[in-house]
Design a protein around this ligand. Structure first.
Ligand SMILES: Cc1cc2nc3c(=O)[nH]c(=O)nc-3n(C[C@H](O)[C@H](O)[C@H](O)COP(=O)(O)OP(=O)(O)OC[C@H]3O[C@@H](n4cnc5c(N)ncnc54)[C@H](O)[C@@H]3O)c2cc1C
Length: 417
């Protein structure tokens, strides 16, 4: 049976739209089912600042999208300072020591959105169905059959492979009865943009506190917007608090919030002057043990939603995209069925180690550094100190933060897919 499409991608957010763009030159017929309407508020492209690792910059370069992101507004991170609030442990990473022009970049999620929405609309081999959502799914031996609700009308589609890129509350996962490991951190991230009386100079800060990590990322804002007037005095803040503290944090006046931030962070970045409205994101770990099953693959948050400490989540999802696009391109070249078990197994084998490293990195940091148990606090401070003094340990930590550990996809090596 000849299916309607080769690939059916559920979710056209950060990860799904990047995949569509990566596949645009392959002789594959792609359908994308995205819940949000064109031009409407998009859940993936909101007000967050997203740290893009050096490895992600290379992938976006390979996708031909970096220039647009840079022009729209991406701020280079040249140094990172990691510290333990109220204790002696601290460490520094620098782009110069790692031999790169930047450890990473910060782009607002809505800037990513503008670039990726354009890429999604321009992919000639993709039919984008939106607003639409998946309502039923059946996996057969040779095809996947899906029912969707497309703008109020029911519709059936068939494809060789379904790609779940539909985020942490994946409908594909639910319809296939896949159970993800789900653990709450008891923490919520309160995010805002703030300005300071001093320029950021490309520094990013990760400060561990007893309520969770507090990150300050340099973020000049999208070019030509009102926000960008603050230039290099603007930061994206991710302030983790215990769940029970969120309501109080959101109810603070701007002045009270800035005073609280100053008290928690100190004066390393200067004096906090202004803040944007705050938003809250409950933090959970959502992890699927197997990322492929017959004729189905899970990528991005549908496969792994992790703690935002160290800004790893989307970077991990973009590496899924680059690896999957490469595996599918090779399958097409060899004349294989893109939904065949052997093809998907090649993808799963490639990605496994990266998932486990990102999980260990973020979960380990989030839990270890939230503990005030004195022996643990001592161990981690010695760890930070050791990392600062031992170049090999520092390079390893930096390579993980930059997304450069493990097998790099062709897209990140300037080789196309
Ligand atoms: C506070 C915070 C800060 C973060 N900071 C960083 C950072 O600095 N760096 C980083 O790399 N990552 C960061 N992350 C993680 C990052 O936001 C996620 O990894 C990323 O958004 C995942 O993208 P996604 O496309 O997989 O999922 P989503 O962004 O959730 O997109 C899912 C898409 O699927 C669509 N959809 C959902 N259900 C359906 C359905 N049934 N049918 C059709 N469409 C559907 C949605 O409309 C959406 O477009 C942060 C996360 C948080 C919470």
């Amino acid at each position: 049976m000849q299916p309607d499409y080769d690939l059916l991608i559920i979710g056209g957010g950060m990860v799904g739209a990047s995949l569509v763009h990566a596949l645009r030159r392959l002789p594959l017929r792609v359908a994308v089912v995205e819940a949000s309407a064109p031009g409407a508020a998009h859940p993936s492209f909101d007000a967050r600042g997203i740290a893009l690792a050096q490895g992600s910059k290379r992938i976006f370069d390979g996708l031909g999208l970096w220039q647009a992101l840079d022009t729209e507004g991406a701020t280079a991170i040249t140094n990172i300072h990691v510290s333990d609030r109220g204790r002696f442990g601290s460490a520094r990473l620098s782009a110069r020591d790692e031999g790169v022009e930047a450890l990473g970049y910060v782009a607002e999620a809505n800037v990513l959105g503008r670039v990726l929405e354009k890429a999604l609309a321009e992919a000639e081999n993709a039919t984008v169905l939106r607003p639409a959502h998946l309502t039923a799914l059946e996996i057969g031996n040779e095809v996947v059959s899906a029912r969707i609700d497309h703008d109020g009308a029911a519709r059936s589609l068939t494809a060789r492979l379904i790609v779940a890129a539909d985020g942490g509350r994946s409908a594909v996962r639910a319809l296939l009865g896949e159970k993800a490991l789900r653990l709450g951190y008891g923490q919520t991230a309160v995010i805002a943009y703030v300005t300071t009386d001093r320029p950021h100079g490309g520094w990013a800060y990760e400060r561990f506190t007893d309520t969770g990590p507090l990150a300050l990322l340099p973020c000049n804002g999208a070019r030509g917007t009102e926000e960008s007037a603050a230039g290099d005095h603007r930061w994206s803040v991710v302030y983790s608090v215990r769940d029970e503290q969120v309501e109080e944090m959101l109810a603070l006046s701007d002045e009270q919030f800035l005073a609280r931030l100053q008290e928690r962070f100190g004066h390393r970045a200067g004096r906090f002057l202004t803040t944007s409205p705050r938003q809250a994101y409950p933090l959970v770990l959502n992890f699927l043990r197997d990322h492929v099953r017959p004729r189905a693959v899970f990528i991005g948050n549908a496969a792994h939603a992790i703690h935002p400490v160290g800004g790893q989540g989307f970077n991990l999802g973009l590496r899924d995209v680059a690896a999957l696009a490469e595996v599918l391109a090779d399958a097409v070249q060899r004349g294989e069925d893109v939904g065949a078990g052997a093809v998907l197994e090649r993808y799963a084998r490639w990605r496994r180690a990266d998932y486990l490293r990102a999980l260990a990195f973020t979960d380990g940091l989030a839990r270890l550094f939230s503990s005030r148990f004195p022996p643990l606090a001592l161990v981690r401070d010695l760890g930070l100190l050791g990392m600062d003094l031992l170049p090999a340990a520092k390079h390893l930590f930096a390579a993980q933060a930059m997304g450069l550990l493990g097998k790099q996809p062709r897209l990140a090596r300037g080789l196309g897919i």
